[in-house]
Design a protein around this ligand. Structure first.
Ligand code: SF4
Ligand code: SF4
Length: 356
């Protein structure tokens, strides 16, 4: 593997100290609610358990609000962002009911959506309920997007949603793109297109070859293609016309701070928690392995947040397999929590991919 430059190493050391402090403070800043496993599409890459009709019933809004009310005495609500995720959050018709209650309690709230159900009417209703932020998935131009989303109208609807958001000045929003073999060659043209329609914030992520995603060769970037995506993000950031970031996953060595606004850090269980569809309490909804720390139907969320979450806050357990002798473990801590299986074994190392 290539060595890190002295300059980068010094900066990483400094950040490590800041990170240690954040782990000690353990302040809840982002709370995801996996409000449904139902979805209106069935994406090629979906790593979640969502289905068009899910067996798991949606958690009633009042049950989630009870959790929120148990948290409120321990936090400044203004500083905790609640994010509705799924499945597809907008298949629920009562998002606004919950959103308004969160707004009344002082919590900013947002949604991650594929945009299919985001009509003008629905957006107005969400805004009237205090919507603070929204992320829309747009995975390249029409053919690439509809292929990934397995729906012929998906691109048209998502693009309509983005065009509506361009006109909204009061909320924070971005689009997120899954880079894959079908869209990688078009990324520069897609960037120009996004700029032309007024998109200012863009996140790009990649898929790691595990589970359902490993069965589709189009989803897997080669090591060179993966590096090319990072180079593209770095160059685009230098250009400064659109604010682009690589997703939070993965320690990226020399690319650290050059493809994201900050150093790599997995905030799952450190400042991010999630209430999953069945009530399980975890660190981040992207984690599919069983790192659950409790369940809102049996446990008090503040008690779980305060006294459990040890595997998230102290990641020494991850120092095994290829991470056991890795000199970069002090910065990477065994990569994102979502990249570990039920046994805690690492599924994927981004750094290795860049340097092989
Ligand atoms: S081997 Fe482990 S600790 Fe080292 S860079 Fe890869 S994931 Fe991180
Ligand atoms: S588990 Fe993965 S997706 Fe979640 S915060 Fe950590 S790195 Fe990011």
């Amino acid at each position: 593997m290539k060595k890190l430059s002295l300059r980068k190493r010094a900066a990483l050391e400094l950040f490590r100290r800041i990170r240690k402090n954040k782990v000690v403070l353990h302040e809840l800043r982002t709370l995801f609610w996996e409000c449904t496993l139902r979805c209106n599409i069935s994406c090629q890459h979906c790593g979640s358990d969502c289905r068009v009709v899910a067996d798991q019933p949606d958690m009633p809004v009042e049950d989630f609000l009870k959790v929120v009310d148990s948290i409120t005495p321990h936090v400044n609500p203004n500083k905790v962002l609640v994010i509705f995720t799924g499945g597809e959050a907008l298949v629920r018709k009562d998002i606004e009911v919950c959103g308004l209650e969160l707004y009344r309690r002082g919590y900013p709230w947002g949604i991650v959506s594929n945009g299919l159900y985001l009509t003008r009417e629905r957006l107005d209703s969400l805004l009237a309920s205090g919507l603070h932020s929204i992320t829309i998935s747009l995975d390249g131009f029409e053919e690439a997007h509809n292929w990934l989303r397995c729906h012929p109208k998906s691109y048209e609807k998502a693009l309509n949603a983005v065009r509506m958001l361009v006109e909204e000045k009061e909320i924070a929003w971005d689009i997120v793109t899954c880079a894959n073999k079908k869209n990688i060659a078009d990324l520069p043209a897609f960037k120009d297109f996004l700029l032309s329609i007024g998109v200012k914030n863009w996140r790009i992520f990649t898929i790691f070859p595990v589970g359902r995603a490993s069965e589709l060769p189009e989803l897997q970037l080669s090591n060179d293609e993966f590096t090319a995506v990072l180079d593209f993000i770095r160059e685009t950031r230098k250009e400064g016309k659109i604010h682009v970031n690589y997703g939070c996953e993965g320690f990226l060595g020399e690319y650290e701070t050059e493809v994201r606004d900050h150093f790599y850090q997995c905030n799952a269980g450190v400042s991010t928690a999630s209430v999953l569809a069945d009530g399980s309490i975890s660190g981040c909804p992207s984690i599919r392995a069983n790192f659950h720390q409790g369940n809102v139907y049996n446990d008090s969320f503040p008690e779980v947040w305060e006294n459990r979450f040890k595997p998230f806050r102290d990641r020494k357990w991850a120092k095994k397999g290829i991470c056991a002798d890795c000199k970069l473990f002090r910065y990477c801590e065994g990569n994102g929590m979502h990249l570990h299986d039920d046994k805690g074994d690492l599924l994927f190392c981004h750094y290795q991919r860049i340097n092989e």
